[in-house]
Write a protein that binds this ligand. Sequence first.
Ligand code: SF4
Length: 257
Amino acid sequence: METVSNPGKRLFIGLILGTSLLLCLVLVVLWVIPFIGLQNIHPLASGLLAVALLALGSMILWSSIGLVLNILLSRSFPLSSRFRGITIKLFLPLMTLLGRLFNIPRDDIRLSFIKVNNELVTSERGRFQPHEILLLLPHCLQNSRCPRRLTYDINHCKRCGECPLDGLIGLAETYGIRIAIATGGTIARRIVVQNKPKLIIAVACARDLSSGIQDTYPIPVYGVLNQRPFGPCLDTLVDLPNIEAALQRFLAVPARS
Ligand code: SF4
């Protein structure tokens, strides 16, 4: 079976702090370089620039410290609703660059990002009606010998039990949520546009999950990694109880009987 390393949250926290210190260093350099020249323009110019850069630096540090505290203590802080956006839009691209500098495997950063994203998304627990949740699945969960075409309608599955789709469709029926299967990023985006979910529970590999989380922002995505006993994209599996636990966490109403 293919093994997946588990870098956890520490890698992410380290990279966030590294990235924000690097950004602050850039701001200090921006301040120092024109310092002498600005004094010639106006005696207050360098002071004003220093104040502006200090404010920007404080914002970066506040975001990163707030994000780290949010992750460590699993509770929200003022403006914490913005942390997911800051993580996705600012920190992840910069952390990937920083990771490349320090030879940290890309997948380790992705796994760490997914873990932290899930914790931030979990702060929205208990807020969703069943019809607002979309369970988005990759086509590789379908048995590779199954002749059924499910991309346009997952109900074409005859529920033979030969692959995880049987159980997943059953879960969607029990809880009354939407369910769809995507063969790639473009179809996944189309499904999201058509269904307009308020929360997505997505199953995929680390690469597809991290790009999907970025693509669909600001819609919150709770990511569940698939298991790949036969390698990537072939007869993959998923932990059903894990998905059911996530559903129960996010739903505002109890399951339908
Ligand atoms: S449960 Fe059976 S019919 Fe449905 S997708 Fe899997 S193999 Fe095909």
